[in-house]
Write a protein that binds this ligand. Structure first.
Ligand code: AMP
Ligand code: ZN
Length: 430
């Protein structure tokens, strides 16, 4: 099923021709009215008419999150403030957020791409869409809300948290699709288990759109098992609209990036050099249709690779592999580079432990992994508990090369985030 079949199946040559035309327009526009880019272009003696092919994109400057912060509140606008309609911010952890502005057309486009993404998973106007993402400055809920309305779904703007109410809505309105973070999905699966709810028997859930934070294939399986539905990976970032920029189709083997709206590159994060399709590096994106705040070569910090093979669904827009993590999430512990996702992958594949965990770093590189026991708690022998703990530590050592301390804690005792989960607490004095 397609939302815009013609665009979704454009052949590569047509798609690239469209990209080039839109890139040239975007560059001409920022050269005319965004002082930040005017200065960058002047510094490298770049003239917009020098942009003749898509590979010339490499002559353009990168834009970083530091540039966005420096431009706060409204420094990167390409239209008068009057022509903007909506402000969102990106989930920065400290300091000023990144402010992202949308024009009426930008919001319309973002909603269209969400609609395209949803229909690609098999959603129709018969579906009931319960949006369990945070409504507010975060783009995650609002953009998908508009997209699902475009498709004609019944949309329930539930927001996150309050699991009792979520369940009531799901039952009473026969929710078929949820949009949720992986951490809340895992928590909610535990909640249903505790309530004795058998999703396949008691609910109408068919699909979950899961995103907003990195998660592993093992976590996908846990969510699918717990909620008894199909999980579709949903990737986005506020700087590029928010959700609906890369999404899994019914094949669920990588996420199609809507290349008529975004030009993607994969670079070596250390050198900035381009990497070929199939190689893993940092995703860099250029907006091709953005009116209010076009961004050139935005460094997402997200680590992934492009899947070069065509997809069985017939769409020609290339796919991204699951995001491995963010380059700034990488932990260096005793000289070893570790992504929290490596730890998650191990934990999610061990039976007998629950779905919530926390990585703590103390002192001079002491790593502790706190893991909840499976719902229902542990009522076996002390020896069994010790052997579970040892097994987890050994499996972690095999994956991350250092052996952390493992602390097993009672179910539902670790903090649960309403928005994005905080999985790492770094108390080190470095
Ligand atoms: P925000 O701009 O606050 O929406 O945050 C965007 C960031 O969330 C991205 O740059 C990614 O690091 C992360 N993210 C969003 N969706 C996914 C996903 N499906 N898989 C992995 N990371 C994701
Ligand atoms: Zn596909």
């Amino acid at each position: 099923m397609y939302w815009q079949e013609e665009i979704e199946t454009l052949n590569r040559a047509q798609l690239e021709a469209l990209q080039l035309k839109r890139l040239q327009e975007t560059v001409a526009r920022v050269a005319a009215c965004v002082p930040h880019y005017q200065q960058e272009f002047a510094r490298r003696s770049f003239r917009p008419d020098a942009l003749r092919s898509l590979s010339d994109v490499r002559r353009l400057p990168f834009t970083t999150s530091a540039d966005l912060r420096a431009a706060y509140p409204a420094g990167l606008l390409a239209v008068p403030l009057d022509n903007t309609l909506r402000l969102h911010t990106s989930s920065g952890t400290t300091g000023k957020p990144k402010a992202i502005f949308f024009s009426r057309q930008d919001i319309e486009n973002a909603a269209e791409l969400c609609a395209r993404s949803f229909v690609m998973t098999g959603v129709t106007r018969q579906d009931v869409f319960q949006n369990m993402m945070t409504y507010g400055l975060f783009t995650g809920a609002l953009m998908t809300h508009y997209g699902a309305e475009k498709v004609g779904c019944l949309v329930i703007p539930a927001g996150p948290g309050n699991s009792e109410r979520q369940l009531m809505l799901m039952k009473d309105f026969r929710t078929t699709v949820v949009h949720v973070t992986p951490s809340y999905a895992l928590y909610f699966a535990d909640f249903l288990e505790k309530k004795g709810i058998e999703p396949r028997r008691d609910l109408a859930l068919r699909r979950a759109f899961v995103g907003a934070e990195p998660y592993t294939e093992e976590t996908r399986l846990k969510i699918e098992e717990g909620l008894q539905l199909s999980v579709f990976n949903s990737y986005g970032l506020s700087e590029m609209n928010g959700p609906g920029i890369a999404f899994e189709c019914e094949q669920r083997q990588g996420m199609h990036v809507w290349e008529d709206h975004f030009l993607i590159e994969i670079i070596d994060p250390a050198t900035g050099e381009p990497l070929p399709d199939g190689e893993t590096g940092e995703l860099v994106m250029t907006t091709l249709c953005r009116e209010a705040m076009p961004l050139l070569r935005y460094r997402t910090r997200d680590i992934t690779s492009v899947i070069p093979e065509p997809c069985a669904c017939g769409r020609t827009h290339r796919r991204l592999n699951r995001i491995k993590g963010r380059s700034d999430d990488m932990l260096i512990v005793r000289g070893v580079n570790i992504y929290p996702q490596q730890i998650e992958r191990v934990l999610m594949s061990i039976r007998g432990i629950g779905r919530n965990y926390l990585i703590r770093l103390d002192g001079l590189d002491e790593m502790t992994v706190q893991v909840e026991l499976a719902a229902g708690g542990f009522n076996g022998e002390f020896e069994q508990l010790m052997s579970l703990q040892t097994r987890i530590a050994e499996r972690l050592r095999a994956e991350i090369l250092i052996k952390p301390r493992v602390e097993l804690v009672q179910p539902a005792t670790l903090p649960v985030a309403e928005g994005k989960a905080k999985r790492v607490v770094d108390n080190r004095r470095l």
